[in-house]
Design a protein around this ligand. Structure first.
Ligand code: SF4
Length: 295
């Protein structure tokens, strides 16, 4: 799908609650340099996450493997398109080393979507999880995976390495899929979460939605219900922010108290843990989110 530039005249002004001070000091530069030296990518940087200053300063990052380019063309995402060649088999070692150097106890590993690979990159994910574990005994690993085009075997390959959390984002409501994620499928993503629960019921599943893309309250409620029915244990809800003029415009800025209300509603529906707020992202404070489940 061709990207059209948004019109600055129709762009909404950012509300006060989205303006915040950057943290001073911390380990931002150390994390950035380490990733660069190791030839690694983070989704924090590639997706232009608004929390990068905070997370790097706290010495956390979400590793983006098999990247930095993606085979899909989601209209909300800043990651570049068009991966070149097979994944680097040595990347797993470098991720494991970086996790050690950062002294992480909890790591989130994600990837670009690699529809060009026969297994969607599942074996590379598995190798990265296993190598990271081997070099960092006691580490908790959360994986944020693509849909593997519905390939149950690929999902099984990842689950058989027993990640501590299996995360797959629904991102938006069913109606907006063709506009927001033209190459993805709402039902396929829910099916992945369901399959994960039946293949490995001991591994909690997690998913996330962005608000502010044009969804209605009723559609959000329906998506939350679908996620609960798919066995999703952990949920994140955050504000969509337009990464550049080439991406979809924000349809509305959701106030913090509305996120609180959605969070409460999700918990009332039976989701075990929910985080919601303008700056909440899939991997934001992931360790704290996991520990809140009593793990
Ligand atoms: S919220 Fe996640 S993606 Fe964003 S900077 Fe933090 S760790 Fe990176």
């Amino acid at each position: 799908m061709e990207k059209t530039k948004s019109n600055p005249k129709t762009r909404l002004a950012k509300p006060a609650w989205l303006k915040r001070r950057l943290p001073v000091g911390g380990d931002y530069e150390a994390v950035r340099t380490l990733l660069e030296k190791q030839g690694l990518h983070s989704v924090c940087q590639e997706a232009r996450c608004p929390n990068i200053w905070e997370c790097y300063a706290r010495k956390t990052a979400t590793f983006l493997i098999m990247g930095p380019a993606c085979t899909r063309n989601c209209r909300f995402c800043a990651v570049e398109q068009g991966p070149k060649g097979p994944p680097d088999p040595a990347e797993a070692e470098r991720v494991a080393d970086a996790v050690k150097a950062l002294g992480l106890r909890y790591v989130v590993i994600t990837s670009v979507t690699r529809d060009d690979l026969p297994d969607g990159g599942a074996a590379h994910f598995a190798r990265t999880i296993e190598t990271t574990r081997k070099r960092n005994p006691g580490i908790c690993v959360e994986v944020l995976i693509p849909d593997f085009q519905g390939d149950a075997h690929a999902l099984g390959t990842v689950l058989d390495t027993s990640p501590d959390v299996l995360n797959h984002n629904l991102e938006t409501v069913a109606r907006l899929y063709p506009r927001v994620r033209p190459e993805a499928d709402y039902g396929r993503s829910l099916e992945l979460l369901r399959r994960s629960q039946s293949h490995a019921p001991g591994i909690p599943t997690k998913s996330g939605l962005m608000l502010g893309l044009g969804e209605t309250a009723e559609e959000v409620r329906e998506a939350l219900n679908d996620l609960r029915r798919a066995g999703c244990a952990m949920l994140t809800l955050g504000q969509y922010l337009q990464p550049s003029r080439d991406h979809l415009e924000v349809s509305r800025f959701v106030p913090p108290e509305a996120f609180d209300a959605w969070r409460k509603e999700a918990l009332d529906m039976g989701v075990s843990e929910a985080a919601g707020g303008p700056f909440v992202r899939s991997s934001y404070h992931a360790r704290e989110h996991y520990e809140a489940m009593g793990r």
